[in-house]
Structures are given as structure tokens and as C-alpha cells.
Design a protein. Structure first.
Length: 452
């Protein structure tokens, strides 16, 4: 494809000015057609002399894997069999700045490189865009353009260091801004040691056999159990499609990128909550696993312990997106029943926006209730309460209906959450940006109460 350069456009503008002056001075205006004809001839000559972009070899170099929110180096390497003056631009749709490039002069047989640093704010697999090669003519009037499609992909992984750091803060009882929160006293059910009785000890903890042997009261020192199974069910169905407004009262620095001003991806918030909860469970010595569910099982990571398990869970969620299908909640009892032989906690990270979906989820959880403790983390949209209690816009003819519609949605949601509590699930209702902290709080509270 042939394009005019900026020099050509300025010359055309100058010829237009000369033509306009011909209205007042006809002798001056007569020069405009000759100037336009001359520019056309030189433009054609410049097009003929410009090198064809097909002779130029452009290689894109991307990191095999980079971390979300952290800078990564990308580059273009250009070579040609003859000396050529060209402009190369590359597009990276998943990056914070979606393009880079520049003008280079490549000598025959040599390479020239263009470097840039880009940040990918969202995890997943991001396809790179097209590369545009423009060669310039020697007169600087025309350039020839060719666009190339190269199937390059950037794998952006979750920032596990920030996930682990946030989980450790939450386990210590501090939120993402460092404020301390009260924790329930951990009662524990696992024997750690024996010690002498002290005033105020629970008499139910007296070990009578050890007391008989030693001739004095001896009590058991109990600690919370470890190596318990925590399976996080990540809902990838229609409940978590779309985006939501950032929570104005939520804390920042939680590892969730708000992105481009269009709101936060609800599935990203759910995924973040799942990873933080898994990191907290692993930090406490438990075994964490993950089940991603849409209309079928998308991924399953059996519960294991150790630091490497968090990376396995993160790798299983990489590239997942919520799809507009009904989640197959009815598969949960059979699928988990065949794979979880010990009692544990099953935490479903989802949202409940209608009673029909709540009934389907309640039926699936009812099959787990007898053996496992079930927790439902519901990601609330902070915009709904604001719309329900806000004043309607008088300029909008439909504005008066917005508060009523939002209030109805909130009513449906309250009844749906009540239906889940009725089947014995522990319901955690929190705005999306606070879902991770709320999930960890619920897990630690259940563990402290000895209910796991």
C-alpha cells in the first residue's frame, strides 16, 4: 500500500494556499496547477525508488512468560539485503501501551533493533497484533506499507509474590492497608504437648492417664489441625461475566488492576480471591486445591501442601475467562466425592444474582453438606446499593426506574443468599474488591472454631 508522507501533505497544503491566493492575484494562482503536477511527478518517482517492504525481515522478540503488572522488555529486529530507510510499528493489544516502534536505517546485511519496555496489567495469554513495515522513498514524499500477521503469544502470569504477601498480612490479622483486625482465639483439636494444670484451664482438657502416672493434674495443649483439605471452586459461568465499578470504600494495593477505566473484570476479582485464599491455607499448613467450573469442569488441582502448590493453582487458572453459561453445580457432589476422601472445606467463589441460580447451587451444595463444610463467597457489585439509594437523574426519562430495578435485584440477591444459608452453607457476602479478605477471614474463623 502506498502512503503520502507528512512532507507531501504540507506541500499539498502550500499548493492549496497558492490556489486560494489566485482569487485575488490570478498570476499567482496560475502557478498552483504546475506545482501540483510537479509534486505528482516527484511523488510517483519517489514511489518507484522506494524499496519494497517485502525485502525487509522483521523478527519480534517477546518474553516467553512475564508477570502481570511488572515491566518486560520487547523488541523488533530488522534486517534487509539492501540499505533501506523504514518505519516499523508493532501492536501489543494486551499491554498498557498497545504499540511501539520507530524509524530505522538498515544497512545491507546488518541488523537494527528497536527496544521498548511494556507492562501487561492482566494475566492470561495475550496474542500480539500486526507488524507494520513502511519504507521511505529518497525524496521523502512517499512510503510503501505492508502489514504482517505473526502468531506470537505472551503468557502473563499472576504476581504470586504479591498474592503471598497479601495472604500473609491477612493471616496475621492485618488488611491490605495494614490495619489490625480482631481474630477469634484458635481452640484447636490436635494434641501438641502435655503440661501441668494452671488455674483457669478447662477441666475437659485434663489427661487423666498422664495425671495418674505423674501424681498431679496434667492438661493437653491443643493446636489447630493442619494438613486439612481446602478446595476452592472457582465459578467461570455467567454469574461472573462482565465488569463492575471499583469499590469506592475498598482498599487499594490488593493486587487487582483496575485497568482502563471501564471497571474491574468480575472474574479477575474472583480469581484473585481464590488465589489469596489458597495462599492463606498453604501458609497455615493446610492442603489447598482448586476446581474451575463452567458448564463442565475446566480445571482441577488436587489439594496438596507446600509452596509449589500455589504455582500449580495459578497455572491452572491462567487463560480462564468467564463464559455466559449455566455452571454445572450438580456435578460437584459426584466429582468432589470421588476425589476428596477426608473431611475438608469446599469454598465456592461466585455471585448470586437470581433465585434460580441459587436453587441450582443449593442443590449441588446439599450433596456436600454432610461430609464437608461448605462456604460460599458471593462477590457483590458495589454499584447496586448506590443505584438503589441514589436520586434518579431527572434528565433521563428512564432514570426513575433505575432505583426500583436495583432494589429488586438486591431483594432477589438477599433471598438467594438466604436459600444458601438454609442448606447449611456459610455465606460470605462482600464487595468484589474485598472478597479475598472476607474469604480468608471466614476460613480462619472456621478453623479457629474447630469446625474443619
Amino acid at each position: 500500500m502506498i502512503e503520502p508522507t507528512e512532507r507531501t501533505l504540507w506541500l499539498l497544503a502550500g499548493i492549496g494556499v497558492v490556489g486560494a491566493l489566485g482569487v485575488a492575484a490570478p498570476a499567482v494562482g496560475l502557478a498552483a496547477p504546475f506545482a501540483l503536477a510537479g509534486l505528482s511527478v516527484f511523488f510517483v518517482v519517489d514511489v518507484v525508488l522506494a524499496r519494497t517492504p517485502r525485502l525487509v525481515d522483521v523478527r519480534r522478540r517477546l518474553p516467553e512468560r512475564c508477570t502481570e503488572g511488572r515491566p518486560a522488555e520487547v523488541s523488533l529486529v530488522v534486517s534487509a539485503p539492501r540499505r533501506v530507510d523504514l518505519l516499523v510499528t508493532d501492536t501489543l493489544p494486551g499491554a498498557s501501551e498497545p504499540w511501539f516502534g520507530g524509524r530505522v536505517v538498515v544497512d545491507a546485511g546488518d541488523d537494527a533493533a528497536l527496544y521498548a519496555t511494556r507492562t501487561f496489567p492482566r494475566r492470561g495469554r495475550h496474542a500480539a497484533g500486526r507488524i507494520a513495515v513502511r519504507t521511505h522513498g529518497p525524496l521523502g514524499l512517499a512510503r510503501r506499507r505492508e502489514r504482517r500477521v505473526v502468531d506470537d503469544v505472551v503468557d502473563v502470569t499472576v504476581d504470586l509474590a504479591s498474592v503471598v504477601a497479601r495472604a500473609e498480612r491477612l493471616v496475621r490479622g492485618a488488611d491490605s492497608e495494614g490495619a489490625r483486625r480482631k481474630r477469634a482465639v484458635e481452640r484447636g483439636r490436635e494434641l501438641d504437648s502435655l503440661r501441668e494444670y494452671r488455674r483457669g484451664d478447662d477441666v475437659r482438657l485434663v489427661d487423666w492417664k498422664a495425671t495418674a502416672r505423674r501424681g498431679g493434674l496434667v492438661v493437653k495443649e491443643l493446636v489447630p489441625e493442619t494438613r486439612q483439605d481446602i478446595v476452592i471452586v472457582l465459578d467461570a459461568g455467567r454469574q461472573l461475566c462482565g465488569r463492575q465499578e471499583p469499590d469506592p470504600g475498598g482498599s487499594h494495593g490488593n493486587g487487582v488492576a483496575e485497568g482502563d477505566g471501564e471497571g474491574i473484570d468480575r472474574f479477575v476479582l474472583a480469581e484473585q480471591a481464590a488465589l489469596v485464599l489458597a495462599a492463606a491455607a498453604l501458609h497455615k499448613g493446610d492442603r489447598a486445591g482448586l476446581l474451575a467450573l463452567a458448564d463442565d469442569v475446566l480445571a482441577f488441582v488436587p489439594p496438596l501442601e507446600g509452596r509449589a502448590q500455589l504455582k500449580r493453582i495459578a497455572d491452572a487458572t491462567a487463560g480462564l475467562q468467564a463464559v455466559a453459561v449455566e455452571p454445572a453445580y450438580q456435578q460437584l457432589p459426584a466429582f468432589l466425592g470421588a476425589r476428596l476422601k477426608r473431611r475438608g472445606m469446599v469454598c465456592v467463589v461466585t455471585d448470586v444474582v437470581d433465585e434460580a441460580a441459587a436453587r441450582a447451587l443449593a442443590q449441588g451444595l446439599a450433596g456436600l453438606r454432610g461430609r464437608h463444610i461448605v462456604v460460599v463467597v458471593a462477590l457483590a457489585d458495589p454499584a447496586l446499593p448506590r443505584l438503589a439509594h441514589g436520586a434518579p437523574d431527572p434528565a433521563d426519562p428512564l432514570g426513575a426506574l433505575v432505583p426500583e430495578a436495583a432494589e429488586r435485584l438486591l431483594g432477589h440477591r438477599r433471598r438467594a443468599l438466604a436459600a444458601l444459608e438454609a442448606v447449611g452453607a456459610v455465606v460470605v457476602d462482600a464487595p468484589g474488591a474485598r472478597a479475598a479478605a472476607a474469604a480468608v477471614d471466614a476460613y480462619l474463623a472456621l478453623k479457629a472454631q474447630g469446625r474443619l
